[in-house]
Design a protein around this ligand. Structure first.
Ligand code: NAD
Length: 365
């Protein structure tokens, strides 16, 4: 079984799908691993480290055309698909949009996207959404801390006392909980809100206050995700959060509903009610943003409030984001490869949910 790792070509993508440590373990397990020259450089993993781990360093066309499984972070570009070997497998993390799926099926690739992995206990070691959201949640607080004109911790100094900054986290899933933990480590006073009441204890266990709003409907799916709120509850939520945001120096918003546009949680009017100098970091920018004013990929200022809509934050922490991603990929390979061959048991939810193209057909979208 030959596993190939190309260099990521998407703009601003610094991650690499396997690290020397993880690739070396695959080699010890009997696989042949070949990586494109320079693929790990932007994540601080030089070619020499891969070579020392028993990984072959080669050129791009050899990696794409001679591998049984190509592992990468982003989807391949359509222009490069002809270089992938017909019948080979692809493991990456991409949204299953129809154009991409059609192109993958046409090339007869057995393609898996890890963003569709079921959130079940036995899939946790493969869960790229969680590992990368952890990185994004952490980094969002650092972005906010450097964009604000304030210090985060309370300081008692000869030059006076500085009060702790107030951080409000909207959406307490994986990214939100990590943002809470990071803001607490920096000494901020943190409060958080989520429509899923189940997260209250998790928020409190991190030393933050859970903001309570009476929600009469059931806002959680059987799978543990949030549901879209009714119009009336959403209206109430907007008023509730506009009020909560008035006191905040920093708002980190992470609210998402799988497969849907992100819910708006902060209107332009809510931003107008915030203090000048405060900062919003909108982690939902990739799916439209939680703040009405967010411009994905940009930083704007309205009424003295900075609104950051960063894209692909995990790539800005490439070393550890790659390390976690590589472990997820290796766990996934450990599940789907048996005795050097792909095991395509479509009854298995991990394989059924992630395998998007097989034998020239689009399996799911
Ligand atoms: P996500 O990225 O889909 O959403 C982020 C958060 O936004 C969620 O907590 C969600 O409740 C919240 N949200 C959605 N709409 C909102 C609104 N209108 N107002 C306020 N908050 C809103 O979530 P995620 O981080 O991917 O995690 C989703 C769930 O999956 C969580 O329950 C998490 O614990 C669970 N999970 C389970 C596993 C597992 O293996 N068992 C692994 C990872 C995550």
């Amino acid at each position: 079984m030959r596993i190939g790792v190309p260099k990521e070509v998407a703009a601003n993508e610094r991650r690499v799908a396997l690290t020397p440590d993880v690739a070396g373990r695959l080699v010890k397990g009997g696989a042949e691993v070949v990586i494109e020259r320079g693929a790990g450089t932007a994540a601080f993993f030089p070619d020499e480290a891969f070579s020392a781990a028993g990984v072959k360093v080669s050129d791009r066309s050899a990696v794409l055309s001679q591998s049984d499984i190509v592992v990468q972070v982003q989807a391949p570009s359509a222009g490069e698909l002809p270089q992938y070997r017909e019948g080979s497998a692809l493991v990456a993390s991409f949204q299953p949009v129809p154009d991409v799926l059609r192109a993958l099926a046409q090339r007869k690739l057995t393609a898996f996207t890890l963003v569709l992995l079921p959130r079940i206990t036995r899939a946790q070691p493969m869960d790229v959404l969680s590992s990368q959201a952890t990185v994004a949640g952490y980094k969002s607080v650092l972005l906010a801390a450097s964009a604000t004109g304030r210090l985060l911790p309370m300081l008692v100094t000869a030059a006076g006392t500085v009060p702790a900054a107030r951080v409000l986290v909207l959406g307490a899933g994986v990214a939100g909980l990590q943002a809470i933990a990071t803001a607490r480590r920096l000494g901020a006073i943190v409060s958080a809100f989520d429509v899923r009441p189940a997260v209250k204890e998790q928020v409190q266990s991190l030393g933050a206050t859970f903001l309570e709003m009476a929600i009469e409907e059931h806002a959680e799916t059987a799978g543990g995700y949030a549901k879209e709120l009714s119009e009336e509850t959403h209206r109430k939520e907007l008023a509730f959060l506009a009020n909560a945001a008035k006191d905040a120096d920093i708002v980190i918003s992470t609210a998402a509903i799988p497969g849907k546009k992100a819910p708006i949680l902060l209107t332009a009017a809510a931003v107008a009610g915030m203090k000048p100098g405060s900062v919003i970091v909108d982690l939902a920018a990739e799916t439209g943003g939680n703040c009405e004013l967010t411009q994905p990929g940009a930083e704007i200022v309205r009424n003295g409030v900075a609104i950051l809509g960063p894209l692909n934050l995990p790539s800005t922490v490439p070393l550890h984001a790659s390390q976690m991603y590589a472990k997820n990929v290796a766990a996934f390979l450990g599940h789907v490869v048996q005795d050097g061959k792909l095991r395509l048991d479509f009854e298995d939810p991990i394989i059924r949910d992630t395998c998007v193209t097989f034998a020239g057909e689009v399996r799911k979208s």
